[in-house]
Design a protein around this ligand. Structure first.
Ligand SMILES: [Zn+2]
Length: 668
């Protein structure tokens, strides 16, 4: 393995590709968008036709090259449509983008079910190919078999119908959530007590004296964390937990049914088993074991935390024996203030949006030994979007887009969207961050909460993976084109940086006084942040279990709301509010399906990775360079289990995670 890494390092020294004209220059209207998309589809189909027309011996040049050409074009089309669906300001454009997403997916499915393409790749002799090419072809053949290409024509036809159904349902599931924002009315201004002054100032009552809040994260999280009013938090929780209900429960059942049928047709007992065949974990049973391991690691801490929160609640309600799920964030915040002398509002003045944005760029530049340059004057889909180039020793190696603030109809969470796969000597990698952080204005410095800054680091970790891993020989192994259950490791690794006083000292300064954030405050913040960690991880295990159990058997015998209620009961100590239907807006049940475990699986890996960095200054020492070379730069050119072993010198273990969970009680 080490030899292979060296080989790929040598190859990295090839001259950098030209910077291609960006897709966005000219701010495409719907017709230009569709023309671009159709051109990609035509090019992909032409490449497949070339591959199929070959007579005689199959070679990398006459078979894998055109196959990868098709992958490159289909990925470009899919990324562009996916991005437009998430960000375009016009609803009609987003509709066209959704239709295009379906079209691209249908073309991809048709290719993945084409036995001629499979037989052509299977006929390749890759025994003398370089390791990356060998891995690419091996994995691709597995994916072909998972698509059912070696099955009889009737089965293949049925699989195609099912895949199209899943794609369609998935798109509706996500859009119902995006469009499902609800509002919560506040007629008694007293109900806003406890919320930050700037929040109240930004939510003035209308002419009828009613303040309107929404279930967007910018309203939802502050209310759940700070509002003293139990009634307001409960209304907000109900509104938030019934978004896209009931429509999405029907859509979810459609997806579960179609996926189960796919798994059975291909000889797997459940979608969860099928869905793990090409992943690090390898089986559904391994997910079940992992859920049990997480439960053991988190339960002692979660129980101690629950007792502390209950004691806090009993100050108000002496006979309380339960804590509702809608009360958890609020009591955690209260106790953090009392017990840890930490008010999360106290760090916000050190996190004005612009400073955080620049700070994260500077930290990433220092960590990965790269630089960033703003591309001025290039239009994007919205005037607020910033375009940046990534440079390595002065050479441009990629580009990214920052779309960071809420807009009507925009994707309402935070995500990195790939835009272009990087292929050495041909095309530079591009990616976009789509987030919903507060927007600075002349009056408002847009002070960010700690968790927003953490999210920014997280998404930037995905972005760096996409760009630094985007200097490959093939599009199909570029960036994050790899096992799905590894891709949250580099993002969660970068999250850890926010806990380092040395890292924060580089950028966190008071927005008025420009004083650096006091180290003592960071230490207090970290101690406070560790409180609630065990129950937060138990909550993640609830989601992991819901996602797995929803897809681990015959959907005829599975009731989504029952799964939700039982997982809450089994893995968290908090009480679900009757009448909520969280699964309807649990977006991961669409795209991730049974694979929500990925976050925790990768958390374990990320913490193991981070334990190799210098604790006093994570940017120092040789770990950052080794990490860039052995984990990020290979992209999908190696099995993910090998990336882990190459960096750690062994497979990941639960140790760093268990230590991290237990940190809470150290020094308190
Ligand atoms: Zn992520």
């Amino acid at each position: 393995m080490a030899a292979m890494v060296l080989a790929s390092l040598t190859a990295q020294a090839a001259p950098a590709a030209r910077l291609q004209p960006s897709l966005w220059i000219g701010h495409p209207d719907a017709r230009a968008f569709e023309a671009t998309e159709n051109a990609h589809i035509t090019a992909a189909q032409a490449a497949v036709a070339r591959l199929k027309a070959v007579r005689g011996a199959r070679t990398i040049a006459n078979t894998l090259a055109p196959f990868d050409e098709a992958v490159l074009h289909l990925n470009s089309a899919q990324y562009f449509a996916g991005l437009m669906e998430a960000v375009h300001p016009e609803p009609a454009f987003r509709d066209r983008a959704s239709a295009m997403t379906r079209k691209v997916s249908e073309v991809r499915t048709a290719i993945s079910l084409d036995p001629q393409v499979y037989r052509a790749l299977a006929a390749l002799d890759v025994s003398k190919a370089d390791a990356a090419t060998h891995h690419y072809v091996t994995r691709q053949l597995l994916q072909f078999r998972l698509a059912g290409v070696d099955r009889d024509p009737q089965t293949r036809a049925r699989l195609k119908v099912l895949q199209d159904q899943i794609t369609d349902a998935l798109s509706r599931f996500d859009r119902n959530i995006n469009d499902g924002t609800k509002s919560v009315s506040v007629t008694d201004a007293q109900e806003l007590a406890g919320l930050p002054a700037d929040f109240i100032a930004n939510h003035k009552p209308g002419g009828d004296g009613t303040t309107k809040l929404t279930t967007d994260y910018t309203d939802y999280f502050p209310v759940m964390q700070f509002a003293k009013s139990d009634a307001l938090r409960k209304r907000m929780w109900m509104a938030f937990s019934t978004r896209a209900y009931p429509v999405n429960e029907g859509v979810l059942r459609e997806m579960m049914k179609a996926r189960y049928e796919v798994a059975k047709l291909l000889g797997y007992s459940s979608w969860a088993d099928y869905n793990t065949a090409d992943s690090m974990v390898g089986s559904g049973e391994r997910i079940a074991r992992f859920i049990a391991e997480l439960d053991s690691a988190t339960r002692p801490g979660a129980e101690r935390e629950f007792q502390m929160l209950l004691a806090e609640k009993r100050k108000r309600e002496p006979n309380a024996t339960q804590i509702g799920a809608y009360e958890r964030s609020f009591f955690l915040e209260q106790l953090r203030r009392v017990r840890y002398d930490f008010d999360s509002q106290s760090v916000r003045p050190y996190f004005p949006y612009e400073r955080v944005r620049q700070g994260i760029l500077d930290v990433a530049a220092a960590l990965f030994n790269i630089s960033f340059r703003r591309e001025a004057g290039a239009p994007a889909w919205d005037p607020s979007v910033e375009i940046w180039q990534v440079l390595d020793h002065g050479q441009v190696i990629g580009r990214f887009y920052l779309d960071m603030h809420p807009r009507a109809g925009k994707f309402s969470h935070a995500e990195m969207v790939p835009v272009l796969d990087g292929v050495r000597g041909r095309q530079l990698p591009e990616a976009a961050l789509v987030c919903n952080f507060p927007a600075p204005t002349a009056q408002d410095p847009a002070l960010m909460v700690y968790s927003d800054v953490e999210t920014f680091f997280h998404e930037f970790g995905h972005l760096m993976h996409m760009i630094l891993g985007g200097q490959q020989q093939w599009a199909g192994i570029s960036g994050i084109s790899m096992e799905n259950d590894f891709v949250e490791a580099p993002s969660q690794m970068l999250e850890e940086l926010i806990r380092s006083p040395a890292v924060l000292a580089r950028f966190a300064r008071h927005y008025q006084t420009l004083q650096p954030i006091p180290t003592e405050l960071v230490q207090r913040m970290n101690r406070a942040a560790t409180f609630g960690r065990a129950s937060a991880m138990a909550r993640q295990n609830v989601y992991t279990a819901i996602s797995y159990e929803m897809y681990q058997g015959d959907p005829a015998s599975i009731d989504p709301d029952t799964i939700d209620n039982e997982a809450v009961k089994r893995y968290s100590l908090f009480t679900q509010v009757p009448g909520t239907h969280e699964v309807a807006s649990f977006g991961h049940l669409g795209g991730y399906s049974s694979a929500y475990y990925t976050y925790m699986w990768d958390k374990v890996i990320a913490l193991d990775f981070f334990s190799q960095f210098n604790a006093a200054d994570p940017l120092a020492g040789d770990a950052p360079e080794r990490y860039r070379r052995t984990v990020l730069e290979p992209g999908g050119s190696l099995p993910a289990n090998d990336l882990v072993k190459n960096f750690l010198g062994r497979p990941q273990s639960m140790q760093a995670f268990t230590r991290w969970i237990g940190e809470e009680f150290v020094g308190n």
